[in-house]
Design a protein around this ligand. Structure first.
Ligand code: NAD
Length: 288
C-alpha cells in the first residue's frame, strides 16, 4: 500500500481563495474588512519568517493588518498595554502574539490578557475551556487545520482509535479534545508515557506533535492508518523534518501528511479563518 498524500499547501490555497471571496463580498456590502494584529517581540529568525508569512497572507486575502515589532527588552507591563490597546481597537478582530517570547515575559499571562473574542490563536483558557465542554468557540489553529485535513480525507472519524503524541497546550491537548469531540477514542502519549510504540501500533489515526525527527518509525504504523505529522525540526542538512519516518510510513498508511507542506500551511489558514469568523460575529453570543 502507498498512502495518499494530504497536501496541506493545496488545501490551504483553496481555503485562502474562499476567504478572499468572502472578504470581497464584505467589501461589496460596505462592511469592514477583517483586521489582524500581530505582535513580534525580539529578533528570533524563525518567528520573523512566520510573521512575514502572516503579513503576506493578509495582503493576499485583503485583511487590514497591524504588525508591531517590539524590542526584546519590553517589560511585561508595556506588552500588556499594547495588547489592551488592540483589545479596544474596533478595526482589529484578531490578535496574535508570536511565540517564543523572551524569558522575562510570562507567556501564560500574555495569553490571559488577550480579549478571548479576539484570540484567533485559540489559546485563551476561555476558548480551550469551551472546547472541553463541547461548545467550541475559537479553535486552536493547528488542531483546527488538522481537522480540515481529516475532513478532506472523507474518512468517518467516529469510533476510530486515535493516538496523539505530545501533550502541549498549543497542539497536543487541544488536538486530543478535537478528536474526542469528533467521536474518536483518544490516547495521548507524552514524555512520561511508558510504551508509546504499542499505542501507535493500535491506532487508526496518529497525530505526532513532539519535534523529534525519527520518533515514529514506519513499522509502528498500523496498515491503513491516517498519519498526521505536526513536528517541524530543522536538521543539520538544513531541511525541515517531521517526527515520522515518512519514507517507511508512506508504505503502510492510507493517508499521510508531508513535512513541509502538510500541517504548517493549514495552521496558517486556520488562523485566517478564525479572524474572518470573529469579524462576522460568529462567536458574539458566546463570549463572557
Ligand atoms: P512542545 O515542546 O510544547 O511539546 C512537545 C510535547 O511532546 C510535550 O507534551 C512532551 O511531553 C512530548 N514529548 C517529548 N518527548 C516525547 C517522547 N519521546 N515521546 C512522546 N512525547 C514526547 O511542542 P509543541 O509546541 O507542541 O510543538 C511540537 C512540534 O510541532 C514542534 O516540532 C513544533 O515545531 C511543531 N509545530 C508545528 C506546527 C505546524 O503548524 N506544523 C504548529 C505548532 C507546532
Amino acid at each position: 500500500m502507498t498512502a495518499k498524500i494530504l497536501d496541506g499547501n493545496a488545501l490551504a490555497k483553496s481555503l485562502r481563495q474562499e476567504l478572499r471571496q468572502r472578504v470581497n463580498e464584505r467589501i461589496n456590502k460596505n462592511l469592514r474588512v477583517p483586521g489582524l494584529a500581530v505582535i513580534l517581540v525580539g529578533n528570533d529568525p524563525a518567528s520573523e519568517i512566520y510573521v512575514k508569512g502572516k503579513r503576506r497572507d493578509c495582503e493576499e486575502i485583503g485583511y487590514h493588518s497591524n504588525f508591531q515589532h517590539l524590542s526584546s527588552n519590553i517589560s511585561q507591563q508595556d506588552l500588556e498595554a499594547h495588547i489592551a490597546t488592540l483589545n479596544g481597537d474596533p478595526r482589529i478582530d484578531g490578535i496574535l502574539v508570536q511565540s517564543p517570547l523572551p524569558e522575562h515575559i510570562d507567556e501564560g499571562r500574555i495569553i490571559d490578557v488577550i480579549d478571548p473574542g479576539k484570540d484567533v490563536d485559540g489559546f485563551h483558557p476561555f476558548n480551550v475551556g469551551r472546547l472541553v465542554v463541547r461548545r467550541p468557540t475559537i479553535r486552536s489553529c493547528t488542531p483546527k487545520g488538522i481537522m480540515s485535513l481529516l475532513e478532506f480525507t472523507g474518512v468517518n472519524l467516529r469510533g476510530l482509535d486515535a493516538t496523539v503524541i505530545g501533550a502541549s497546550n498549543h497542539v497536543g491537548r487541544p488536538m486530543g479534545l478535537e478528536l474526542l469531540l469528533a467521536g474518536c477514542t483518544v490516547t495521548t502519549a507524552h514524555k512520561f508515557t511508558r510504551d508509546t510504540a504499542s499505542r501507535v501500533r493500535s491506532a487508526d489515526l496518529v497525530v505526532s506533535a513532539v519535534g523529534k525527527p525519527g520518533l515514529v518509525p514506519g513499522d509502528w504504523i498500523k496498515p491503513g492508518a491516517i498519519v498526521i505529522d505536526v513536528g517541524i525540526t530543522r536538521g543539520e542538512d538544513g531541511k525541515l523534518h517531521g517526527d515520522v519516518d515518512f519514507d517507511a510510513a508512506v508504505k503502510r498508511a492510507a493517508w499521510i501528511t508531508p513535512v513541509p507542506g502538510g500541517v504548517g500551511p493549514m495552521t496558517r489558514v486556520a488562523m485566517l479563518q478564525n479572524t474572518l469568523a470573529v469579524a462576522e460575529g460568529e462567536f458574539a453570543n458566546t463570549l463572557p
